[in-house]
Design a protein around this ligand. Structure first.
Ligand SMILES: Nc1ncnc2c1ncn2[C@@H]1O[C@H](COP(=O)(O)OP(=O)(O)OP(=O)(O)O)[C@@H](O)[C@H]1O
Length: 464
């Protein structure tokens, strides 16, 4: 997979990206049902009318069957005409094909839920959309699928403006959390569904179904019904169905969240393998699981409150978050309120700490003036345990009192009250871990301490 670096430029700076024809195997003009696995989250009640489908299953693949109805549903965004269009913060890698959000704004009943999204998913790239609940991730995906119409902006797939095209003409495959298989159809029939709708020649269909089932390891299950499959197997069938149409773009909306932890990790590896086998397929992957995003994505786009907050490679976002929000959402972070003290140092209560200043690797622009408040991001694993009375050569030492010790198998997570914050430190599996009440000292390197604009720093943040 490609590993382009994060960019702060807008699309204007990279005009060719996403504008050239797709190289992926997706049909440019798929027939109805081409996105046969294309159903929005669990069900698309608003996409169902007029589809001529048979009874919708509990986890309705309504959209799969009903693409044409989308433009008429209540789901269609109004055009308020007042949508803010902020400058984009990301540009994609320079590979043709893929998806381009050209300042896409989506509103429901006049309320903007996606605000001027300016983002490119390069040809063959895996882009994770990561963000808290309600941040607009699924809405962005649905704008690509054609289930929601932007109030402003354009969506391009493979360089072609698809904003006004119905879903079935977009050459997309889509997989959602709840599998959305037709319960009354066998596995092979489910997989064949989109191909028939796409009017693939009858003689070709068995081969295409077999190919998709093989790719997903489901060859032996062709004649079963969904109820005879486990959740993981059903999701494989849903993926097979999406792949059978040979889409140029694969949209995955929390595809693993209905699975248990072990299955999730297995399926994650499967998805990575599938992507290696289909290097031209661009994947947009909606998740709020940072591990999934870090594992699978070439780049991660972080959304919050309807806006793109940051975009970059997993490593870049993790090592050099630009905002406290990104730092807390991509990986775990201790976020400490500090004051700039000049010459690459900050003050945290009575401690002076050497830090990575703004702009060093992270592109945070000008640093805070001396005495100004800022946020310091230190990852839990960057903290090293040392004795309370030691005076190491490096200046970055925080003294505190252990408030809790959690054994996590390969690490001990220490919670430490220090300098007005509760720090989290992941310090390896200790033979003799400290106990609550013990005084300890933690040290860290300046390059592991990233200075960020002030904000979000009440005693640390992050998940896990
Ligand atoms: N059909 C709809 N009508 C009105 N509002 C909607 C509709 N669909 C989504 N919204 C609202 O749009 C906002 C963004 O929703 P969206 O589903 O895109 O968020 P998300 O980031 O995918 O969240 P989650 O992680 O919980 O799925 C939310 O406030 C949601 O309530």
């Amino acid at each position: 997979m490609s590993t382009p670096r994060r960019s702060t430029v807008t699309e204007k700076d990279t005009p060719a990206v996403g504008e050239t024809p797709a190289t992926a195997g997706g049909p440019a003009d798929a027939a109805p049902g081409a996105g046969s696995a294309a159903s929005a989250k669990a069900a698309e009640p608003d996409a169902a009318p007029g589809t001529g489908t048979t009874a919708a299953p509990t986890s309705t693949p309504a959209a799969a069957a009903a693409p044409a109805a989308v433009s008429a549903g209540a789901d269609v965004a109004h055009r308020p005409g007042t949508a803010a269009v902020p400058a984009g913060v990301a540009a994609g890698p320079d590979r043709p094909g893929g998806i381009r959000f050209d300042r896409v704004t989506v509103a429901y009943d006049g309320q903007t839920v996606l605000d001027g999204l300016d983002l490119t998913v390069g040809g063959g790239e895996v882009m994770a959309l990561l963000g808290p609940s309600g941040s607009g991730k699924t809405t962005a995906l649905r704008a690509v699928a054609g289930f929601v119409r932007p109030a402003a902006g354009r969506v391009l797939i493979g360089g072609r403006d698809v904003t006004d095209l119905p879903p079935y003409k977009r050459g997309i495959g889509m997989v959602v959390q709840q599998y959305a298989l037709f319960p009354h159809l066998r596995v092979d029939q489910n997989v064949a569904f989109g191909l028939k709708a796409q009017k693939v020649p009858r003689a070709e269909i068995p081969g295409r179904v077999a190919e998709a089932l093989e790719m997903t390891g489901m060859t032996g299950y062709a004649r079963r019904h969904p109820r005879e499959l486990s959740g993981g197997q059903q999701q494989r069938v849903a993926i097979a169905r999406a792949l059978a149409i040979r889409p140029g773009v694969l949209l995955l909306d929390e595809p693993l969240s209905a699975l248990d932890a072990q299955l999730r990790s297995g399926m994650l590896a499967e998805l990575a393998r599938l992507h290696r086998e289909l290097p031209d397929v661009s994947i947009l992957y909606v998740t709020h699981d940072q591990i999934e995003a870090l594992t699978l994505a070439d780049r991660i786009a972080v959304l919050d409150k309807a806006r793109l907050q940051d975009c970059g490679t997993p490593h870049d976002l993790y090592r050099h978050p630009r905002t406290a929000f990104t730092a807390s959402f991509v990986g775990n972070a201790n976020l400490l309120t500090v004051r700039a003290a000049g010459s690459g140092t900050v003050r945290l209560a009575d401690a002076t700490l050497r830090v990575t200043p703004y702009g060093d690797g992270g592109g945070n622009g000008d640093g805070p003036g001396e005495g100004a408040e800022a946020t310091l991001c230190v990852r839990p694993h960057a903290l090293r345990l040392t004795g309370p009375h030691q005076t190491p050569k490096e200046s970055n030492m925080l003294r505190g009192t252990v408030t809790d010790v959690q054994w996590r198998g390969h690490t001990h997570r220490l919670l430490v009250a220090a300098h007005g914050h509760e720090l989290r430190a992941d310090v390896g599996d200790l033979r003799q871990p400290p106990r609550p009440g013990d005084g300890i000292a933690l040290t860290f390197d300046a390059e592991d301490a990233v200075l960020l604009p002030a904000g979000l720093a009440a005693g640390g943040a992050g998940v896990g």
